[in-house]
Design a protein around this ligand. Structure first.
Ligand code: SF4
Length: 510
C-alpha cells in the first residue's frame, strides 16, 4: 500500500460550485455473508459523501485486517483485494476531508491496537468542535497521533483505545462519547463486535438495517437498499449500538437534542434516501414548488442545473405551469478523475462539467434552478454560457436560502469571507452573476418542505444559529491538528493555531 501520497486537486474540485460533503460510513455484522463485498457495495452507494479515500476493515474473531487508499471506492478495491478480506463483520468508510489533509494516513477506517493487544478500527462522519481540548486530554493520557495522521477521528480512536485497556471498548465508549462535541456518526469494531454511535444532536444521518443473517449500519437508507437490507430505524441521537453474537444492544450516552442538518435535504444526501421519515427527493420537489410560489416569473422553460437542481426544477415547473426541459448536459465522469487538467482545458471552466443544449435554449426565456450558491463563480459562468447559447433571459432560482455562515459540523463550505451572500445583498448577487432576476427559497419554506419542526434542525449556514456551541477561541478548522503549537501539547496553555486557519471564521461567527 502506498504510504505517503497526496491527492492533487481534481478537475471537479471547484468549491466554486459545490459545498463539499463529509464522509460515508458503513458497518455490517453478518456471519456467513461476504461482509467485504457488502461493504464495498454499501460504500459504492455512499460514494457521493466522500471521494478522496476509501477503506474497509474486516474482523474474523481473531484479527482485524484493514485495506484503504486514496481514490474512489472502485479505484481502491478490486475483486482480488475484496476476496482476500475475510470475516464476519466489516467497517467501511469513504472520505472527504473536513479535518486534516488528504493523505493516506488520514484515510479511514483508522486502526489502533489497544494495550491489551486487541484491535480497534474506526470510521467517522462529521466534525468535532472540541478537537483542541481532546488533543490536550490525549497528551495527558499519553496518547499520540499515529504517524502522519491529523484528524479528529484519529484522536478519538486513540482515546478509545487507551481507555479500552482498563475497562473494555464498550465501557470506554460510554465514557468517551459524552465528552465529544460536534457532529459524529461513528462506526467501529474490535475483532468480535460492531459498534455505532451518533452525536446527541444527530446532525448527520445514521440508520440501522436488517439482513436475513445480520445487521447493517449506514449513513443513508440508500446504502441499505443496495445491499438488500431492510430499514429498521434511525440510530437515535445520543445512542450507542453494539452488535455481536449475543445480539444487538442499545444504550444511551446522552439525552437526545435533535438538530439534523437541513442541508442534507437540499444537496448532501442522495435523492433516494429518507431522513427522519421524509424522502429527500420529495422534499426537493416540494422546495421547487414553494420556490415558484415565492419567486414567480414569466418564462418559456424551466431547466435544472443537473443533478442536484433537478427535483426542485421539476417542482418549480409543476407549480408554475412553465414547461420543464433539459437544457444542460452534465458530464458525470469528468469530476471523477485525479488527472490535473492542462491550462487549455482548465480555461474551459464550467464546460468541463456542463454543456448547453443550444437547440433547446436558443430564443428562450429560461428559469434555471440550482440547489445553492456558495461563491457564485459557477452561476456567473453558467449564466454567461446560457446567454452565449442563445437564451434571451436567464432567471436564476435557488432551492435554499443564501449561505452566509460556514459549517463547523462536517461540510466544507468556503470561509465566510468567500461566501457571496456574506458581502452582497440580493440585487448585488444578481448583478454579480449577471442574471435577469434571482430568487432564493426562504428558510421558512425550506423547513416546511422538510416536514421537520425548525427546533429539530440545524440551519446555521443560513441563519448563523449554531446549535452546538463553538469554542470561544479560534480552536476550530480543517487543519487544526496540523497547526497547533507545541505548548498546546504540554497542556500549559490554551492551544494556539500556528497557521491561522479557522481563526477568521471563528471570530466572525455571531
Ligand atoms: S451549518 Fe448548514 S451544512 Fe452545517 S450542519 Fe448546519 S445546516 Fe448542515
Amino acid at each position: 500500500m502506498p504510504t505517503d501520497r497526496s491527492v492533487p486537486d481534481s478537475v471537479s474540485d471547484d468549491n466554486e460550485r459545490e459545498p463539499r460533503e463529509e464522509c460515508g460510513v458503513f458497518g455490517v455484522w453478518a456471519p456467513g455473508e461476504d461482509v467485504a463485498k457488502l461493504t464495498y457495495y454499501g460504500l459504492y452507494a455512499l460514494q457521493h459523501r466522500g471521494q478522496e479515500a476509501a477503506g474497509i476493515s474486516v474482523a474474523d474473531g481473531k484479527q482485524i485486517v484493514v485495506f484503504k487508499d486514496l481514490g474512489l471506492v472502485s479505484q481502491v478495491f478490486d475483486e482480488q483485494i475484496l476476496s482476500s478480506l475475510h470475516g464476519h463483520l466489516a467497517v467501511g468508510h469513504c472520505r472527504y476531508s473536513t479535518t486534516g489533509s488528504t493523505t493516506w494516513e488520514n484515510a479511514q477506517p483508522v486502526f489502533r491496537t489497544t494495550a491489551t493487544g486487541s484491535g480497534l478500527s474506526l470510521g467517522h462522519n462529521g466534525n468535532l468542535v472540541n478537537t483542541a481540548e481532546l488533543l490536550v486530554r490525549a497528551k495527558e493520557a499519553g496518547v499520540d497521533m499515529r504517524g502522519g495522521a491529523t484528524t479528529d477521528s484519529d484522536l478519538m480512536s486513540g482515546l478509545l483505545a487507551a481507555a479500552a485497556a482498563d475497562k473494555g471498548l464498550e465501557q470506554a465508549a460510554i465514557e468517551l462519547l459524552p465528552t465529544l462535541r460536534g457532529a459524529f456518526c461513528l462506526v467501529w469494531s474490535d475483532e468480535n463486535t460492531l459498534y455505532a454511535a451518533r452525536d446527541p444532536q444527530g446532525v448527520r444521518p445514521l440508520v440501522l438495517g436488517r439482513l436475513e443473517r445480520g445487521w447493517v449500519v449506514a449513513s443513508e437508507t440508500a446504502a441499505l437498499d443496495i445491499v438488500g437490507a431492510s430499514f429498521v430505524r434511525e440510530v437515535e441521537p445520543g445512542e450507542l449500538l453494539a452488535i455481536d453474537a449475543e445480539g444487538l444492544r442499545s444504550s444511551r450516552f446522552a439525552n437526545p437534542e435533535p438538530k439534523g442538518c437541513i442541508f442534507e435535504y437540499v444537496y448532501l444526501a442522495r435523492p433516494d434516501t429518507t431522513i427522519s421519515g421524509r424522502s429527500v427527493h420529495a422534499t426537493r420537489v416540494d422546495i421547487g414548488r414553494r420556490l415558484a410560489a415565492e419567486h414567480p416569473v414569466e418564462a418559456d422553460l424551466v431547466i435544472p442545473v443537473p443533478e442536484s437542481g433537478t427535483p426542485a426544477a421539476i417542482g418549480y415547473a409543476q407549480a408554475s405551469g412553465i414547461p420543464y426541459g433539459s437544457g444542460l448536459v452534465k458530464n458525470a465522469y469528468v469530476g471523477r478523475t485525479f488527472i490535473q487538467p492542462s491550462q487549455t482545458i482548465r480555461q474551459l471552466g464550467i464546460r468541463l462539467k456542463l454543456n448547453p443544449l443550444r437547440d433547446v435554449i436558443r430564443g428562450k426565456r429560461l428559469v434555471v434552478v440550482d440547489d445553492s450558491i456558495v461563491r457564485g463563480n459557477t452561476q456567473r459562468a453558467l449564466v454567461r454560457m446560457l446567454r452565449e447559447a442563445g437564451a434571451i433571459e436567464v432567471h436564476v432560482r435557488i432551492a435554499s436560502p443564501p449561505v452566509r455562515w460556514p459549517c463547523f459540523y462536517g461540510i466544507d463550505f468556503a470561509s465566510r469571507a468567500e461566501l457571496i451572500a456574506n458581502g452582497l445583498d440580493f440585487d448585488g448577487i444578481r448583478r454579480s452573476i449577471g442574471a435577469d432576476s434571482l430568487g432564493y427559497v426562504s428558510l421558512e419554506a425550506l423547513v416546511a418542505a422538510s416536514e421537520q419542526p425548525k427546533t429539530r434542525l440545524c440551519s446555521a449556514c443560513f441563519d448563523g444559529e449554531y446549535p452546538i456551541p463553538l469554542p470561544e477561541d479560534a480552536m476550530i478548522g480543517k487543519h487544526l491538528l496540523e497547526g497547533i503549537e507545541a505548548k498546546a501539547v504540554s497542556g500549559s496553555a490554551a492551544p494556539v493555531l500556528a497557521n491561522g486557519y479557522g481563526a477568521e471564521d471563528a471570530l466572525r461567527r455571531p
